[in-house]
Write a protein that binds this ligand. Sequence first.
Ligand SMILES: NC(=O)C1=CN([C@@H]2O[C@H](COP(=O)(O)OP(=O)(O)OC[C@H]3O[C@@H](n4cnc5c(N)ncnc54)[C@H](OP(=O)(O)O)[C@@H]3O)[C@@H](O)[C@H]2O)[C@H](O)CC1
Ligand SMILES: [K+]
Length: 500
Amino acid sequence: MILRLEMPPELVLRSQEMKQADAASIAAGIPGIELMRRAGGAVAKAAAEMLTKEAKVVVAAGPGQNGGDGFVVATLLVRQGHRVSLGLLGNVERLSGDAALAAKDWKGPVEAAEDLPFPEADLIVDALFGTGIARDLYGSARAAVERMNASGRPILAVDLPSGIDGDTGRVRGVAVRAMRTVTFAARKPCHLLMPGRAFSGDVEVADIGITSKTLAASGGKLFANAPSLWLDKLPRPELSSHKYDRGHTLVVSGGATRTGAARLAARAALRIGSGLVTVASPPEALGVNAAQLTAVMLRGCDGPEGLHHILQDVRLNALVLGPALGVHSGTRAMVAVAAHARRSLVLDADALTSFEDLASELHQAFHYAPTVLTPHDGEFKRLFNGHPDILDPESKIERAHRAAVYTGAVVVLKGPDTVIASPDGRAAINENGTPYLGTAGTGDTLCGIIAGLMAQGMPPFEAASAGVWIHAEAGASFGPGLIAEDLAELVPGVLRKLLN
Ligand SMILES: NC(=O)C1=CN([C@@H]2O[C@H](COP(=O)(O)OP(=O)(O)OC[C@H]3O[C@@H](n4cnc5c(N)ncnc54)[C@H](OP(=O)(O)O)[C@@H]3O)[C@@H](O)[C@H]2O)[C@H](O)CC1
Ligand SMILES: [K+]
């Protein structure tokens, strides 16, 4: 992993934002047809890398500008000596704008997409649909995609695989399974969100002359989660700093038979650099915890009143609440005490599901307590049951964003494509997840990492984004056989790569 500090965060643009960037570039003097020629040129270059001379390329073009790109690709590949057949969904007279201009450059026959010989192709170029897909594919559009996939031949997708929704990554009925995708100027959410990420294959971003300034003016709040987004805010211990400078994380433990989650979170908080870590344990679990803790300290904590008493110590500046606390009013009362204590909070598991059907109690509840919620899909659905305005959006980014605005907390909506959303509109999509993290207790470890970063002063959005990335990187560095107990011990290796 080569980390260059000067690398700016990678912007991800939604379809509408991309259209604005297009228009701004055209207004700044780059004709649309020139953008299309550059886009097609980038695809043709990628295709040529995948082909031997004389190879047979089959280009499937659609009725819009994505199809226009396809005409450009076909024209260029013929000039490079390849055998190219092009089929169009719809008829060429109905093409408009730049696509019509691109079609004029194509000197070969325009076949019907339905008749294209996909099985004979050395390479199929998918230029049916891009960001303009407006509904589920049906009829001849659906048939073309199904025949492309059935051919078993390698497919190079233009901008994004046809049938994938650019903003949500969802399959609109059926979608092309591409080996490779060439997109333009910036990646779209579908290249990072599942299943769009899987359908896109290897994604290459081609520079077609749209400046980063134009992109930032058109988008600017959606990012790929990577060190470039938060490395500048990652705590770096100074020689002079001592443990009290690096915060004090408090993890509230469950009852005598449910204490492991708190210890996993506590160990992770220590490993990520929290100066001190304490487990607040119910009296009946003190013995169990004491027998298994060393550098992590231990205090008795009897319910919400006990927590209120402990929090008189203002040095306790970050809390983890939730894992194994139980789904009941006592847990809700603990959350209320923590929120009023104005410390950094990470709420997970039972601290979330205790508010099932009571999400209104979390409405704007965290103004004074920098808070991160870390639900997986199931917990999210239970927590916001009865809030269709939050649950309904098809976009995972939109759901997480609305939950963040509603609660006032940063929301980490976990999955293979975890989305981190802030109430201020920023969001990041994580893509270094590994299936090996799907084992008991890894969520507890993530809570500890995020809380430990906030204990050291990292703001909640950056702490959550960095925590998700570091957590996944640690899991991926271990691979098969990973169990939650391994994760915290793998954090130092990831920190070394980040901080050296
Ligand atoms: N800077 C850039 O990113 C550039 C992008 N380019 C390419 O432009 C496309 C976006 O082009 P657009 O025309 O907006 O959209 P599409 O080509 O993806 O498709 C729209 C047409 O498809 C029809 N449509 C939509 N859904 C369906 C469906 N389910 N079944 C059948 N037909 C469908 C739609 O017709 P309507 O009936 O909905 O009006 C449109 O005709 C982008 O992806 C890039 O590839 C530029 O070329 C270069 C710069
Ligand atoms: K496409």
